[in-house]
Design a protein around this ligand. Structure first.
Ligand code: NAD
Ligand code: GLY
Length: 356
């Protein structure tokens, strides 16, 4: 019997469970109850499919399953790749009662979720995230979408999954660089809203880097609990949910300016969180504390070389911009964040090297 813990994302009649544990693959958790019709399309990619696709088939006992493996990588997070999913749904004459299942990291989850949101104006969707980043962040909360040459995640929809199944055993095959990228989003939760979790991460970073199961389950569970609370409060990001974007205004600009896939999303967010902390009205010792935790996770604390105009152009496409005004998620203190358009413009110019 698989060991498992369940968290609920409370959204009224669209509430759904996040089941976290070890041994959930190979039929350890029956997901067929979350498939409303007789069939589902499992979308994965060419890296993850050979590892896990055959292992999740028993989790959908009694369902007719078709599969699709997308090309791997952030550079393929495009409308053209999403079109492949839609083409397959049409080719298999899928109806409105079909279910799309995403098996993979955040890229597969975001693209497959967007296809599920669009096909016949919305079909059921299940997330089986296999990277740490996807397990603690992208599989929860219903943000789906693809990149546009003009900016990161510019095309998308809110579409909540019916269930999220997180088997931490999948992290055993995850490359270390990807594990570290996921730790950036874990650190984010501590920094924005849970100082006790931040302190726990300071103590347990070596255990997480060593993939100790108990530490991983705690980090995934606490991250999902915090994200579920924020999403339940503000599903469509009309206010508080924006705090989940701490570091992302800078991070998305890094990804865009370097070319998607050059720096991993989590790496860009890590350097972006340090930049956002530097822009915050914080004691230097608090900025150092965040910098030290990010460095302990093996993540970058400095951004790559980007010219100031490119920073400004890329950040101007951020989805938080309102009335042409940049808005940032800043820290009042470690564990306490807010979104604001009020920041020190001179300090921002220094941080992006405009005065160099
Ligand atoms: P990813 O999906 O590219 O996965 C990283 C790499 O790991 C890929 O090469 C993938 O094939 C491989 N992989 C996945 N699982 C594996 C496993 N178990 N073993 C071995 N290899 C494995 O990247 P990611 O970091 O998971 O996700 C990043 C994406 O998520 C970005 O596009 C970002 O914008 C998005 N994101 C979305 C949200 C959201 O709320 N929707 C939140 C955060 C990030
Ligand atoms: N990753 C940010 C959000 O889900 O809102």
């Amino acid at each position: 019997m698989a060991a498992q813990q369940t968290i609920s994302v409370d959204l009224g009649d669209r509430s759904y469970p996040i089941v976290i544990g070890s041994g959930l693959l190979d039929g350890g958790l029956d997901l067929s109850d979350f498939v409303p019709g007789p069939s589902c399309l499992i979308v994965s990619n060419e890296t993850v499919a050979p590892l896990y696709l055959h292992r999740i088939l028993p989790n959908f006992d009694g369902k007719k399953i078709t599969t699709l493996a997308l090309p791997d990588g952030e550079a393929h997070k495009t409308v053209a790749t999403m079109q492949k999913i839609l083409d397959q749904l049409v080719a298999s004459r899928a109806n409105r009662d079909t279910t799309v299942v995403a098996l993979g990291g955040g890229v597969v989850g975001d693209i497959a979720g967007f296809a599920a949101a669009c096909y016949m104006r919305g079909v059921a969707f299940i997330q089986i995230p296999t990277t740490l980043l996807a397990q603690v962040d992208s599989s929860v909360g219903g943000k789906t979408g693809v990149n546009h040459p003009g900016g990161k995640n510019l095309i998308g929809a809110f579409h909540q999954p019916r269930a999220v199944m997180i088997d931490i055993d999948t992290l055993n095959t995850l490359p270390d660089r990807e594990l570290k990228a996921g730790l950036a989003e874990v650190i984010k939760y501590g920094a924005i809203c849970d100082i006790d979790f931040f302190a726990w991460l300071e103590k347990n970073m070596p255990a997480l880097l060593a993939k100790e199961p108990a530490a991983l389950v705690h980090a995934v569970r606490r991250s999902c609990e915090l994200k579920a609370q924020v999403v339940a409060e503000d599903e469509r990001e009309s206010g508080r949910r924006a705090i989940l974007n701490f570091g992302h205004t800078f991070g998305h600009a890094i990804e865009h300016c370097l070319g998607y896939g050059e720096w991993l999303h989590g790496e860009a967010v890590a350097a972006g969180m340090v930049m956002a902390a530097e822009l915050s009205d914080l004691n230097e010792s608090d900025v150092d504390r965040l910098r030290a935790l990010i460095a302990a996770a093996g993540l970058p604390v400095l951004p790559p070389a980007i010219v100031a105009d490119d920073w400004l152009r890329a950040m101007g496409m951020d989805k938080k911009v309102q009335q042409e005004q940049l808005r940032f998620v800043l820290l009042r203190a470690p564990g306490d964040s807010h979104i604001t358009s009020s920041y020190d413009e001179n300090r921002l110019r220094q941080i992006i090297g405009a005065d160099a």
